[in-house]
Design a protein around this ligand. Structure first.
Ligand code: HEM
Ligand code: HEM
Length: 156
């Protein structure tokens, strides 16, 4: 089955996923900053703690994290959809596999939220390990993603 889209629409579709994912990379770094502020707040005392609590980092982190979860899942599905529309197949390579891996990681990471909020230390530790792995994969994914974009540009 092939989708009947004009060649220029098909070509333009190629750039949605890369742009969204770069925005998400920036958002992840912001989420990481907020998460570390949550940790600082929890470990601080006295006046410093009062000041940090005013930053409402836990609420901001949870909100940004939720947006990140939704857009990362949708963005990965979108990348596969566009690849399929343009090539009639997927390329089972590092970018696809790392992308699917990241999608699973962020699902687990977000699912730990109720346990972290109950104060479970195992959940916090797992959340941090999962997410710093996620960030590492993200940087790698940005590099392999740009290589794919270059291939698309030179093909045209
Ligand atoms: C790049 C992605 C992320 C990073 C680097 C990150 C990092 C962190 C860190 C360092 C903490 C502090 C743990 C502590 O108190 O010691 C934390 C807490 C938390 N994170 Fe994330 N996180 C990320 C994504 C997410 C996502 C996707 C969600 C959920 C949708 C989420 C929900 C939470 C919640 C609920 C807490 C507990 C906050 C509290 O104590 O009230 N995070 N995160
Ligand atoms: C950070 C910058 C990224 C860039 C520049 C990028 C770029 C690309 C490009 C150009 C494609 C080909 C499809 C298309 O033309 O739209 C693609 C496919 C794909 N991307 Fe990304 N990507 C990035 C990040 C990510 C991330 C973070 C994920 C997953 C969480 C992901 C998952 C996928 C998947 C699953 C495919 C389909 C691969 C295939 O079947 O061959 N990408 N990406």
């Amino acid at each position: 089955m092939s989708l009947e889209l004009s060649p220029s629409v098909k070509y333009l579709l190629n750039f949605f996923h890369p742009v969204i994912m770069w925005v998400l990379l920036a958002l992840s770094l912001y989420a990481a900053y907020l998460g570390l502020q949550v940790q600082r707040t929890r470990n601080s005392q006295g006046e410093e703690k009062k000041e940090l609590i005013k930053g409402r980092y836990n609420i901001k982190h949870y909100q940004i994290g939720s947006i990140l979860l939704a857009l990362m899942v949708a963005g990965a599905i979108g990348g596969m959809a566009v690849t399929y529309i343009n090539n009639g197949k997927l390329f089972v390579g590092p970018h696809l596999l790392a992308g699917l891996g990241m999608t699973a990681l962020i699902a687990f990471s977000a699912a730990l939220s109720p346990y972290m909020q109950k104060g479970a230390n195992w959940a916090r530790v797992s959340h941090i390990v999962l997410n710093f792995t996620l960030l590492g994969l993200f940087v790698w994914q940005a590099i392999s993603g740009v290589e794919i974009v270059q291939r698309i540009l030179t093909k045209a």
